[in-house]
Design a protein around this ligand. Structure first.
Ligand SMILES: [Zn+2]
Ligand SMILES: [Zn+2]
Length: 439
């Protein structure tokens, strides 16, 4: 259900207003809710470089329902702009930051009709923030509200899904979001994340540094080299076959391309149209991606992958929408710079697309050599189980690890709102409001 009250968001910049180590982070939410009871319920997203925040604080911050966003210094204004572009006013904002870069974009929010009720600063709270309609308060004062136990009693337990997002990896085609402390720590320790982080921190790293790679880095790089085959299964044009379990689909794909294991397999399409339900696809370990853009979404995803996976690398595209891929010319360019492209269609076209080195029919793959190399099939190929292309720039939750969180996401007012914005008007009338598989 859409709420009548306009949404309220708290943006917390942890780089300039860090969580005090001695304070139980669950009290931070309590402090904010006690200080601004008239704004409840509100979403709190905490931005910053998690490497600077003690790990002992990550779990309590996450479990108090605060969304953790890890990103390089200076990435918060970009996040706020994306949120603004996808969440029209009226909405109420509250900013906790001492960064001038962050504060200086707020007048543009005010001009567009957002209400900025107040600001929390670490230093010089007496210099009131001009963009805020209410008082400027010191961060220490806010924290002291809970510190001395002066809470209002109206504190809500939780107002958002437990969630984290890694802004450094968001365009990497590797997992970048999750729901638990465990997945966050796994992500922050992963080879994929370290590589993205080093690209962000040191964009022009040269050969000299490469020579100094430790044996641990060598191991990580070797692991990355082995993950150089990406598979895109377009479920809109090659839907899951009736009577065939998606796990068998996964097995067939991995058997067919067993020389390239482990594969990065994405199942991409309009999840509202999957009659058999999404649960079996998620459980089979596909990185499941919802979108309404068809080949446009697939090309964007392939672009992210190619950006982070230099050639030589192999791309397997399972889709029956040949025209869109030919017209874009992108796959042709990838071939020219050394990528091997394997094309799987429903029926083999008379003339094979020029960019493809190999082609198969979807039936070839599914009737697969199931007995070959089946033992190599891995249980799960990605940490982040699903993400929603429709909501990726909305500033709300758009990815998760479980079927439950996907269902909650599809039933949320924010998702419905974003989806309505993207569906062409003539389709709106014919699209049922609720996804078939959620009924
Ligand atoms: Zn990351
Ligand atoms: Zn969504």
């Amino acid at each position: 259900m859409m709420q009548n009250k306009s949404p309220a968001v708290v943006w917390w910049d942890m780089n300039t207003c860090p969580p005090p180590e001695k304070l139980d982070p669950s009290q931070i939410r309590q402090s904010l809710e006690s200080a601004f009871p008239h704004l409840l319920p509100f979403t709190i997203s905490a931005h910053g470089d998690l490497n600077l925040i003690p790990r002992s604080l990550w779990e309590p911050i996450l479990s108090s329902g605060i969304i953790l966003k890890h990103g390089p210094a200076g990435s918060m204004p970009g996040d706020m702009r994306r949120w603004r572009d996808n969440n029209p006013p009226p909405a109420t904002l509250f900013l906790i930051s001492d960064s001038e870069n962050v504060c200086e974009i707020l007048p543009s929010f005010k001009v567009r009709g957002y209400t900025i009720t107040g600001a929390v600063k670490q230093n010089k709270p007496e210099d009131a923030a001009k963009y805020a309609s209410l008082a400027t308060i010191s961060w220490d004062h806010i924290l002291s509200v809970a510190w001395y136990g002066r809470t209002t009693g109206r504190v809500m337990d939780k107002c958002s899904e437990t969630a984290w997002v890694c802004n450094m990896c968001i365009d990497s085609s590797h997992p970048f979001a999750g729901e638990s402390y465990e997945s966050l720590t796994r992500h922050m320790s992963s080879a994929e994340h370290s590589i993205q982080e080093s690209i962000w921190m040191n964009p022009s790293s040269g050969d000299e540094e490469d020579e100094e790679l430790s044996s641990e880095d060598d191991l990580d790089n070797e692991m990355m080299q082995n993950k150089k085959t990406g598979v895109w299964w377009d479920m809109d044009t090659c839907p899951p076959p009736e009577g065939l379990d998606p796990y068998q689909v996964r097995q067939s794909i991995e058997s067919m391309f067993s020389d390239h294991l482990p594969l990065n397999v994405s199942a991409i399409g309009n999840l509202n149209s999957i009659d058999a339900g999404v649960f079996p696809i998620l459980s089979a370990g596909f990185f499941t991606k919802h979108g309404l853009g068809g080949p446009r979404d697939i090309l964007k995803d392939i672009q992210r992958w190619a950006w982070n996976t230099p050639s030589p690398a192999t791309l397997v595209l399972i889709s029956d929408d040949e025209q869109a891929f030919l017209t874009s010319g992108y796959l042709h360019r990838l071939k020219e710079i050394g990528y091997t492209i394997v094309r799987v269609c429903l029926e083999c076209p008379d003339v094979s697309p020029e960019y493809a080195s190999l082609r198969y029919t979807w039936r070839d793959v599914l009737s697969g050599k199931l007995n070959r190399e089946v033992d190599k099939v891995k249980d799960k190929c990605s940490e982040t189980a699903w993400f929603c292309n429709v909501c990726i720039n909305s500033g709300h939750i758009f990815a998760g690890e479980s079927y439950q969180s996907l269902t909650r996401h599809f039933n949320s007012a924010q998702h419905s709102f974003q989806e309505l914005k993207q569906v062409p008007p003539k389709l709106k009338a014919s699209q049922s409001k609720k996804a078939i598989w959620l009924s």
